[in-house]
Design a protein around this ligand. Structure first.
Ligand SMILES: Cc1cc2nc3c(=O)[nH]c(=O)nc-3n(C[C@H](O)[C@H](O)[C@H](O)COP(=O)(O)OP(=O)(O)OC[C@H]3O[C@@H](n4cnc5c(N)ncnc54)[C@H](O)[C@@H]3O)c2cc1C
Length: 349
């Protein structure tokens, strides 16, 4: 029987980050992934936004998350010889006087000075509906998550570390000091299946509140948005005239496929945002792995200590992933405690 230190199930953002950091720590791994089927990471914009929502709320732990994310992605870019991290501010449309007042107040807070511009830029970019002004969210960035998971997939395939297969839970043999799967054994197995954790017989007790998101890829010649612009929708320039535009939030859905209803909602908002012609190139959908309390979930199964979960990156995987994958590695290798705010055992108390 072949032996590795860790099995990892799922090679989206969570599984890729964890696998990469375990390899960097000198551990041996075997990754199982169903060819990115249903992966949120294959559809996401990958924006790291320190100040979110209508109320301009500072994201949880963002002061620690951003430096860790930049350090991690830059280090991995060097290793893989690929670019996927783009450090770019977000321009945010301000359409009403009340929003302008809120911006002026919030940007004066000591805590927000690093993230919100004090000055507003008048008007909107060419091609967008006129806005009162634009505010700049600083220290934002974007991780090209489809490119990221693709680059890691190739890296793992080249080294024969990745089995492109649907992991069959019924075939996993769990013993007190190891797990076995077909002709392989490992000390521990870490499940990183994103929303598909609901199919996992050991971790389906985690209270997921899944949020489906639909997006479109558009060609918009002559739109003067440089990188990221948030109005009714978020517009992200992918290169040339091509933009990622999204997203919907849907908590009641039948499956993860794109729908006509989702597309109609997007088109209505695009029409409200854009003043110039566009062409729809693609329409995609995926399910965000969101947990009820909006925090990640890390830790061992309550009965079987060699079954581990790394999930719940929710709507903010690009920023949460590097920090918490690093905490996972310290837990797996050195037995460091997992912070109570993300510890899986909060659901067993
Ligand atoms: C429309 C949309 C927009 C988003 N925008 C942003 C954004 O701007 N910024 C941000 O930070 N986050 C964003 N997110 C959230 C982000 O996508 C997630 O936080 C992150 O990608 C989750 O990664 P994951 O690895 O946990 O899950 P996933 O990416 O879903 O990966 C799970 C992987 O596990 C595999 N898998 C599952 N079950 C099995 C099995 N039994 N056997 C083998 N393989 C299996 C799947 O095939 C998949 O490859 C967005 C999400 C969506 C849907």
């Amino acid at each position: 029987m072949n032996k590795v230190d860790f099995f990892i199930v799922g090679q989206g953002l969570a599984g890729s980050l964890l696998a990469a950091e375990l390899l960097a720590a000198g551990k041996t791994i075997r990754v199982f992934d169903a060819n990115h089927q249903g992966a949120a990471s294959a559809v996401a914009a990958g924006i790291v936004n320190p100040i979110t929502g209508r109320r301009l709320v500072k994201s949880w732990m963002i002061d620690a998350l951003i430096p860790k994310a930049i350090e991690t992605y830059q280090r991995q870019e060097k290793l893989l010889q690929k670019n996927f991290l783009y450090q770019t501010p977000i321009q945010r449309a301000i359409n009403e006087v009340s929003e302008e007042n809120l911006w002026i107040t919030r940007s004066g807070y000591e805590d927000n000075i690093a993230y919100l511009s004090r000055d507003l830029i008048p008007g909107s970019p060419v091609g967008m509906q006129p806005a009162l002004a634009r505010g700049i969210i600083k220290q934002a960035c974007r991780v090209d998550l489809p490119a990221y998971i693709h680059a890691w997939k190739n890296y793992f395939l080249d080294r024969q570390l990745l089995e492109q297969t649907n992991f069959d839970y019924a075939s996993l043999i769990v013993e007190s000091d190891q797990v076995k799967y077909n002709d392989w054994s490992a000390d521990k197995i870490i499940f990183c299946e994103g929303h598909q954790v609901v199919n996992n017989p050991w971790f389906n007790f985690v209270p997921m509140v899944l949020a489906k998101g639909e997006v479109v890829i558009l060609d918009i010649p002559n739109l003067s948005v440089e990188e990221i612009y948030k109005s009714n929708l978020t517009f992200v320039r992918l290169g040339g005239d091509r933009f990622w535009v999204g997203a919907t939030y849907d908590w009641k859905f039948e499956n993860g496929n794109p729908t006509e209803v989702g597309k109609a909602e997007l088109i209505e908002k695009i029409e409200a945002d854009l003043t110039i012609p566009y062409t729809i190139i693609d329409h995609q959908a995926a399910i965000r792995p969101t947990i009820k309390d909006r925090r990640p979930a890390l830790g061992s199964h309550p009965k079987f200590s060699n079954l581990i979960l790394f999930n719940g990156l929710g709507t903010k995987g690009a920023s949460l992933g590097p920090y918490w994958s690093s905490a996972m590695v310290r837990f797996l290798i050195y037995g460091d405690a997992i912070d109570a705010s993300v510890n899986l055992d909060r659901f067993n108390r």
